[in-house]
Design a protein around this ligand. Sequence first.
Ligand SMILES: [Zn+2]
Length: 447
Amino acid sequence: MTEIRFYDAVDDALLRFAVIVARSAGKWVLCKHRERESLELPGGHREPGESIRETAARELREETGAVDFTLRPICAYSLKGELRADLVTETESFGMLFTAEIRSFGPLHSEMERIILMDKLPRSWVYPVAHPRMVEEVLRRKALSPEPCALCPMYYETHAHAILDGADFRAALKRHADGPDEVWVRRVLERYRDNHIIYVRDGGDHQGVSLLAKRLAPEYGVEYRSPAFAIHQKGLYGSMVGRAWADMAAYRALVAEAKEQGADFIKLMLSGIMDFNEYGVLSCPSPTPEEMAELVRVAHGEGFAVMAHCNGADAVKAALAAGIDSLEHGYYMDAQAVADLAASDCVWVPTFAPVANLMGLGRFPDEVLNRIVEGHRANVRAALSAGARIAPGSDGGAFAVPHAAGALDEYRWLRDLVPKEELQKGAERIRERFCRHYALVHLSPEP
Ligand SMILES: [Zn+2]
């Protein structure tokens, strides 16, 4: 007989195994061992020095070939008795149960012969009691549902900059002067992981920090997307997080370079930022509407969705007409810009946190900040009722917007404006669209 128990928490030192209930494209992911006929869930022994999450990530990679995946701890379990025909354990042994959503596979590196993707669960299991009971437990906890729930909260951060530290951008840029600082990047990823943030879309930097974050993120169960660097017009806003073009040939070269470096999408800077001392004023002009159209056309033509930093009614209208895929900030829109947004396919990331979090700090006049935020709130309400898609993104790393805490702040600022399900839909649309070659399949660039 097999005895299995589930626990919300046990002492980490007791955890000796990790088992993963994995799904991919709506199917169950099961493993077929070389020497066994029946199927099993991926999982295995914790090795010395590993965290239990690292065990789960390693086993998932080795046994299923998973390359790009999101991993979530669900609960601990213990087993005792007859585990399979040839394996009995007399003492209670503990492990951690995870779920994983796998988005891409590579080769296997283990004793598994192959993986099997199934619509329904198998009848015949290597561990005939333990594994089906684990799947049942995951279902009972609704841990496979994409909806955030009390038991397993899940948040999205659709706008962050791993390079920035929420405090001092000069010090932050200096930290990576000799190449991306891995210790820093791991600390940022830990914060996202520990706050149940499963998806992060970076807005870019010119020191390779977001690319390093993307490379390390699977270890933390975080899906991380990067544009490599942001791209701005020479002389206009954006040098802090990106690189500049002076003409279209230079811009094309930058897009090619981003592609070469492994960018998932293109990030364009299409306006200045707000002057927090004076309502209605932006720090610099924008590229012309014709230039914006060309910038977006080239990016789409190369298979990239476009994340666009843009403020000011006219600039937003021009950017939407150019076909941007997400609008970042979008402060100071007028009624026409809001209507254009709602009529478009573009997802709006209004980023309240970098403005609203400044209130009460005494750094800028609260009357100005208040006016900016109130106008923005009214626009979000109008856009939502006109059918626009809105996504949660905080500009994490910006001043007064610490990583992860800022993402949760953004959810709070949006809480009474946008229903939770709507935020989820907006975030999922970004997640689907802002990966490589989305545009090749879904957008039709002009010939
Ligand atoms: Zn940004």
